[in-house]
Ligand binder design. Structure first.
Ligand SMILES: CC(C)(COP(=O)(O)OP(=O)(O)OC[C@H]1O[C@@H](n2cnc3c(N)ncnc32)[C@H](O)[C@@H]1OP(=O)(O)O)[C@@H](O)C(=O)NCCC(=O)NCCS
Length: 185
């Protein structure tokens, strides 16, 4: 068994429960600030964090039948989360019958560890559980590591959309992963 195998042995991925709301809210806010804090105006960032993360907001998301929340824990500690959402897609996604990978965050200490790949497999399973034939996502055009990771997972760039960070309208690339091709995850 390699060191990587032992590490992965300690990783568990499960569906989020209402009782996870407080831990998820704290982790999600910290992950967003860690990722985008340095490149955003502090007032816009704080407005976004206040509107998006909190026990009330994440409780609502965890109870939403159109949202699958996946939590990855290492020895019981939250190290990553993802949310798959069944809803509207931008026109550039086309008639792909796709659900949205709405959020996908791995703790900085676990970047490059393989946690992200494991979580992406669980995301694909959750998307199939919604009956979807594809996954689409929006990723900030200034987030090259995430774009490289999604491309490595098989996502392709299909267009762009805007994303509002506390009043600052930013441009996202829109990427799509077909789930019904031979060799799909
Ligand atoms: C995006 C994320 C989930 C990817 O997970 P990860 O463990 O970092 O991904 P990996 O290391 O397997 O892959 C990242 C790839 O980008 C490459 N990369 C690393 N830094 C890079 C950079 N600055 N610019 C471009 N590519 C970069 C890596 O080399 C790697 O490719 P390789 O395995 O072929 O060498 C993780 O970095 C993360 O949670 N980031 C913060 C949150 C975030 O941005 N979420 C996405 C919101 S849409």
């Amino acid at each position: 068994m390699t060191t990587a195998d032992i590490f992965m042995d300690r990783l568990a991925i499960r569906r989020g429960l209402p009782a996870d709301a407080a831990a998820l809210a704290a982790f999600a806010a910290r992950s967003f600030a860690d990722t985008f804090g340095a490149a955003n105006d502090p007032a816009h960032l704080q407005a976004f964090l206040d509107a998006t993360y909190g026990v009330e907001q994440q409780s609502r998301e965890l109870a939403d039948v159109d949202t699958a929340t996946l939590l990855a824990t290492l020895d019981g500690e939250l190290v990553a989360y993802a949310q798959v959402h069944r809803g509207e897609a931008p026109a550039c996604v086309g008639a792909a019958d796709a659900v949205e990978l709405q959020r996908f965050y791995v703790d900085r200490a676990a970047h490059g560890s393989g946690v992200a790949q494991r979580l992406m497999q669980a995301v694909c399973t959750a998307a199939r559980g919604f009956g979807a034939r594809g996954l689409w996502l929006g990723v900030w055009e200034r987030n090259p590591r995430a774009i490289a990771f999604y491309a490595k997972c098989g996502y392709v760039d299909v267009g762009s959309k805007t994303f509002d960070v506390g009043g600052d309208r930013q441009s996202d690339r829109v990427m799509l992963l077909p789930l019904d091709q031979p060799g799909a995850r």
